[in-house]
Design a protein around this ligand. Structure first.
Ligand SMILES: Nc1ncnc2c1ncn2[C@@H]1O[C@H](COP(=O)(O)OP(=O)(O)OP(=O)(O)O)[C@@H](O)[C@H]1O
Length: 357
């Protein structure tokens, strides 16, 4: 199991800086998702790690071996890195077995047993070995692409938005198969995605990139509960952001006095709640009231869009059984604590501080 360490990597295309000093460490056997909005530099970083391009400055180290740095650029094929592109990139003229065997050392290419093992590893029936790629579903094609990437027993597997072309049900199933296969193989993996649910559900750690910089690296729960700032908060889930006045360890907000998730100096602040922390009930005295604007019903749960008397809009996420209707007034209670961000506070410091939080 090889670790990956990226240190101080920068990259510009012409006059446009794309990566502006990225540090990232993925421990051996770890699975890290690179999450960020379109254009923030995720694919560029993955390509530099793979060796498809060189950083302007900084280093890339895989398993203790410097593969990119000042005066050094190990060729992509010699980095022992497997790559799974967005749309599989299978060879259309080769059957499944031929595609998987392509990833094997030459002497093993006729080893049907090894191909069957790799297909089983990615949760595919070895009976599919003789099919052509076009006879497979999109999810099956992505699993074959992963089997091909895992065939040479790489130190590191890079996955570039491998599920984006799959429909919702196939995506869930394929994600699980990929996570299982990566764990079973013991490979270290980096997944690029702009889908926060995918990053939070699949990875051990999530690295959030913003405008070419890594702004937070944390395990999914820490990232969701303790985002570094309100931008990261809204990128990794829905947010309810309230203006607050902090006094004696409580935040006084339009939704009442709220407990704080961490200490915060007295004074003005903004606080973060998640929509699932709001509970709605028939109007009762002494509890803040909101008007239901609309309800998005998803089956398993629902998003209830609310408007507070101040005009502030926010959403509650509720189980789908007993829902209010648009136009109704409801009492709003908050469960759990709010995460405070003091007004005018400098940005939270180093990524490492947040990681351990
Ligand atoms: N070869 C290139 N030449 C010039 N500009 C490039 C090149 N590759 C990427 N860029 C630019 O670098 C920026 C980051 O691109 P990149 O593909 O890394 O972003 P991303 O976060 O992966 O986005 P997406 O989620 O949309 O794929 C973009 O503004 C893009 O236009």
């Amino acid at each position: 199991m090889s670790s990956l360490t990226v240190t101080g990597v920068t990259k510009s295309y012409g006059a446009t800086p794309v990566l502006t000093g990225v540090d990232l460490h993925v421990p051996g056997g770890g699975f890290t998702a690179l999450l960020g909005p379109s254009g923030c530099g995720k694919t560029t970083l993955l390509r530099l790690i793979a060796g498809f391009d060189d950083p302007d400055t900084g280093t890339v180290d895989v398993g203790g071996r410097l593969v990119a740095g000042p005066g050094r650029s190990v060729a992509a094929r010699r980095r022992r890195i497997g790559f799974v592109p967005q749309e599989g990139g299978l060879f259309p003229h080769l059957p499944v077995a031929g595609n998987v065997a392509f990833g094997l050392p030459r002497r093993q290419r006729r080893d049907r047993g090894r191909v069957a093992e790799l297909l089983a590893l990615v949760g595919l029936d070895p009976a599919l070995a003789d099919r052509s790629p076009h006879q497979l579903s999109g999810g099956q094609q992505q699993r074959v692409a992963l089997a091909r990437a895992l065939a040479p027993e790489p130190s590191l597997v890079l996955l570039d938005e491998p599920f984006s072309s799959l429909d919702a049900s196939l995506r869930e199933e394929t994600r699980q198969a990929v996570v299982d296969a990566l764990r079973a193989s013991g490979a270290t993996a980096v997944l690029v995605t702009h889908d926060q649910a995918e990053a939070l559900s699949m990875a051990d750690e999530v690295a959030v990139l913003r405008r070419g910089r890594l702004v937070q690296l944390a395990d999914p729960r820490t990232l969701y509960r303790s985002p570094r700032d309100l931008d990261v908060a809204s990128f990794v889930g829905e947010s309810v952001v309230l203006d607050a006045e902090v006094r004696a360890g409580q935040a006084h907000t339009a939704l009442g006095a709220l407990a704080l998730e961490r200490p915060c100096p007295d004074g003005p602040a903004r606080v973060l709640l998640r929509p699932e922390q709001l509970r709605l009930a028939p109007v009762e005295g002494g509890v803040p009231v909101a008007r239901v604007r609309s309800v998005d019903f998803f089956g398993h749960d629902a998003r209830v869009r609310l408007e507070l008397p101040s005009g502030l809009a926010c959403s509650a996420r509720l189980e789908g059984w007993d829902l209010p209707v648009a136009g109704e007034d409801v009492s709003v209670r908050v469960v759990g604590a709010a995460l405070p961000f003091p007004a005018g506070a400098p940005d939270a410091p180093a990524v490492a501080q947040v990681r351990g939080a």
